[in-house]
Ligand binder design. Structure first.
Ligand SMILES: C[S@@+](CC[C@H](N)C(=O)[O-])C[C@H]1O[C@@H](n2cnc3c(N)ncnc32)[C@H](O)[C@@H]1O
Length: 365
């Protein structure tokens, strides 16, 4: 998830509006309408206040009006960072086209997959999504297509529907991540740029000579990064979605890891039972909504001497990390193995208002 506008360095003291941070957005909209915002320098924030730089002092009437509408709004000075070159923000591009209450609900960020920007459009903005998409194309020069999410991630293949709201009518692109490239069609295979840190974190833990099984590989971001950056490894990359395996094969060629990554189409449990029993030093289980149901496959896939599991799951915000670890340890023990050590765990990202994706790394004996 990246913000939809950028800024630049150099410092400059300037007159500004200082407002309690909860009123920052409302004040910006009002100040933009008065055409008093200095767009050459960046708005600043501290713990309590937002500082909006001004090109001129507001007139007496304007000042009174601002103070009436925004509690705690004051004229002040502050040291701002200059923008190298002013790129208009989404709000600036749309301020003449949308009423203020709709400007306030514009998306602040997008997922960028290659040259595709993916945004969530709130229902009240739905009739205006085309002009929002056009504005995103203008403010993000590397973007060729803007997609709006048209549903939740669902089904065995973990897909979501999209509608093209601006630019080229496509859902396929090439995404770059930590020196690797991935062909991906976001309508046919699961891919999230928000997992890039995880892909890199897990890849960096793999040791020379390991055999790794990526049980739910998608287009292969774990498998390919491991193969590209670690020496003398074998990676078995499994997925049940035929499109995912087709893209994975293209990505294996694109990243020149044909010798190290072995794509396998099929259900993870069946593939382990038939082909990958007792071979792995490390198993990656990135199917958060169901990974707990595949702990048996993961235990069977590991060498008799044991190995490391990377277990992903979704939890309620009210659920503790200790409960998650407990459920995982219990599931491993049910399949006749033991968790020797919990090596690491963390919240990966918020996935819904009260839901987190969690990862647990564990040494299994
Ligand atoms: C959340 S995605 C993870 C993709 C990838 N690991 C990544 O980081 O981008 C889960 C993947 O598991 C696959 N999948 C779901 N059920 C499966 C099963 N029983 N066996 C193998 N793959 C499965 C889906 O098709 C999907 O591509």
């Amino acid at each position: 998830m990246r913000k939809l506008a950028d800024g630049g360095p150099k410092l400059r003291e300037s007159m500004c509006l200082k407002v309690p941070k909860q009123y920052g957005e409302k004040t910006l909209i009002l100040a933009n309408r008065l055409k008093i915002v200095n767009n050459g320098i960046e708005i600043q924030r501290d713990q309590d206040f937002v500082y909006i730089p001004l090109v001129r002092k507001p007139s007496g009437d304007e000042s009174r009006n601002l103070k009436e509408q925004v509690a705690g709004c004051k004229l002040s000075t502050y040291v701002f960072r200059e923008r190298k070159k002013h790129e208009p923000s989404l709000i600036e591009l749309l301020e003449d086209k949308l009423p203020p209450h709709l400007l306030a609900s514009l998306p602040h960020s997008a997922d960028f997959v290659g040259d595709i920007a993916i945004i969530e459009v709130s229902p009240e903005l739905d009739p205006h999504k085309k002009i929002i998409g056009e504005a995103i194309l203008k403010t993000n020069k590397n973007v060729r297509t803007v997609l709006a999410k048209a549903g939740a991630v669902s089904g065995t293949y973990r897909l979501r529907e999209f509608s093209v709201i601006a630019g080229e009518a496509k859902t396929e692109t090439v995404h770059k991540e930590y020196g690797c490239q991935y062909h991906v069609d976001v309508a046919k295979v699961y891919f999230s740029p928000r997992l890039s840190y995880e892909h890199n974190r897990v890849a960096s833990l793999v040791k020379k000579g390991e055999t790794v099984i990526d049980l739910f590989t998608g287009v292969g971001p774990f498998a390919i990064q491991i193969a590209k950056n670690r020496e003398n490894v074998e990676v078995y990359a499994v997925d049940v979605n035929p499109h995912a395996i087709e893209y994975l094969k293209r990505n294996i060629r694109l990243n020149r890891v044909e010798e190290k990554v072995h794509p396998i189409l099929g259900d993870a449990r069946r593939v382990v039972n038939e082909k990958l029993f007792g071979v792995a030093d490390r198993v990656i289980m990135n199917l958060p909504e169901k990974a707990i149901e595949f702990v048996d496959a993961s235990c069977k896939a590991m060498k008799p001497s044991g190995g490391v599991a990377h277990f992903y799951c979704f939890v309620d915000a009210s659920d503790s990390l200790d409960n998650v670890k407990g459920r995982f340890v219990e599931a491993v023990e049910k399949w006749g193995r033991k968790v020797e050590e919990i090596l690491f765990f963390r919240r990966v990202r918020a996935t819904a208002p009260c839901e987190w994706q969690i990862v647990v790394d564990a040494r299994i004996h």
